[in-house]
Structures are given as C-alpha cells and as structure tokens.
Write a protein that binds this ligand. Structure first.
Ligand code: FMN
Length: 201
C-alpha cells in the first residue's frame, strides 16, 4: 500500500458522512448487518493509533437471541428497547492484560511489557486508549454507511461478569449498529463553538 500523500484530504461528502451529518441512532430498520461488515469495521478501525500500539480494545458482537437477552437485562431501562431491536450490537471492552501482546505489537522495544507490570498503570492506559478506540469504532461504523448508537447506560459490573467472567476486562461502551429506522434521531444538540473549546498559545 502506498504511503499517504499529504495532499490528500477527505472531500466534504465524506466528512459529512463521518461527522456533520452523522447522527446517534435510537431506532433501526431490520436490515441485517453481516458478519462480513462487522469484521470489516474492525479491520478498518484497528489502524487508529494507541499509546505504544497497545490496542486494549476487545469487541464482542452480540447477534444471537440468547446473547441479546443476556445483554439487554443489564442495560438501563431507557436503553433496553433499542438494544433489543438493533440488527447488531457491539460490546466494547478493554483487556487490562493488553501488555501480554506488546512483544508482538511493539517489538522494537523489548521492555514494553515490563513497563506495564503495575496493574493500576494498565487500567489507566486501557481506559485512555480504549476510549480512543471506541471513538475510532463509532467513526468506522459510519464509514461503512451505518449508524451507531453508543451507550454507557448499563450495569457495568453485571455486564462484565456476564460477558467477561475472567475479571480482566472493563466494558467501556455498548454500541447499537444498523440502518436508522423511523424517528431515529433526538433533536440535534449544539456543539461548543471554536472559541469555547479551542485556544492557541
Ligand atoms: C460514550 C457514549 C455514551 C452514551 N450513552 C448513551 C446512553 O446510555 N443512552 C442514550 O440514549 N444515548 C447515549 N449516548 C448518545 C449521546 O447522547 C449522543 O451521541 C450525543 O448526544 C450526540 O447525539 P447526535 O450524534 O445525534 O448529535 C452516548 C454517547 C456516547 C458517545
């Protein structure tokens, strides 16, 4: 694959798809989202950068009715209906023991794994870098022509026990995925203006 030219930019249509016109969906059509698409989303967003290339994100795609019921049970009341009806749902978690992969993913620095010997350091790094990867995931869903409905309203401890019983993962978000259905959007809320969020020093 060729190196990225500094002269290439996304055109306005692509920017709209990813950001300006992209919305958080709250209802979905029943059009399925295939495993092929679900896997393509990961194969795209895995290229987003993380510290020391540590890639703590782990994704569980929830498709079967049995797994869906186990998930919905632990969602907040306002999130149950949409999580029940979205064509596909992703549980986005981080592996606190991501450092085991550093000899493979950061091989030019043999001390990388030992630098994360302290579990507290790993939790902090997993939350930061996993949070970044959640963002890449949402944009990756949109890049595939689908709408994402990210949610943090769930019983975190119960969800972790249900889907990651080993105790080495934290769930950061659950994301509904599909084509938007009727009345899919809440009112668009304003974003902070440039001067409220950005300074140059
Ligand atoms: C990390 C995260 C957690 C969220 N949690 C919930 C949630 O639990 N329930 C919900 O209905 N919306 C949730 N949202 C949706 C946000 O309120 C929504 O993305 C935001 O208001 C922007 O909406 P818009 O994309 O339509 O402009 C969450 C979004 C994010 C990114």
């Amino acid at each position: 694959m060729s190196a990225i030219s500094t002269e290439r930019v996304l055109d306005a249509t692509a920017q709209d798809l990813l950001f300006r016109e992209a919305r958080t969906a709250n209802t979905f059509t029943d059009e399925p989202v295939s495993d092929e698409t679900a896997h393509a989303i990961y194969d795209l967003i895995k290229w987003g950068p993380t510290a020391m290339n540590n890639q703590p994100l782990r994704i569980v795609y929830v498709r079967s009715p049995e797994a869906r019921a186990r998930l919905v049970e632990h969602m907040s009341p306002g999130n149950k209906a949409k999580t029940s009806t979205a064509p596909l749902v992703a549980i986005l978690a981080v592996d606190i023991d991501f450092h085991e992969n550093l000899p493979k993913t950061f091989p030019h620095f043999p001390g990388a794994k030992d630098a994360f010997a302290d579990r507290n350091d790993r939790v902090a790094s997993a939350r930061l870098n996993g949070g970044l990867q959640v963002g890449y995931f949402i944009v990756g869903v949109r890049a595939h022509g689908l709408a994402a409905g990210p949610m943090a309203g769930f019983d975190k401890d119960a969800l972790e026990k249900e889907f990651f019983p080993g105790g080495n993962h934290e769930v950061l978000a659950v994301v509904n995925i599909g084509k938007p259905g009727p009345d899919a959007w809440y009112a668009r809320n304003p974003r902070l203006d440039l001067h409220e969020a950005v300074t140059t020093v």
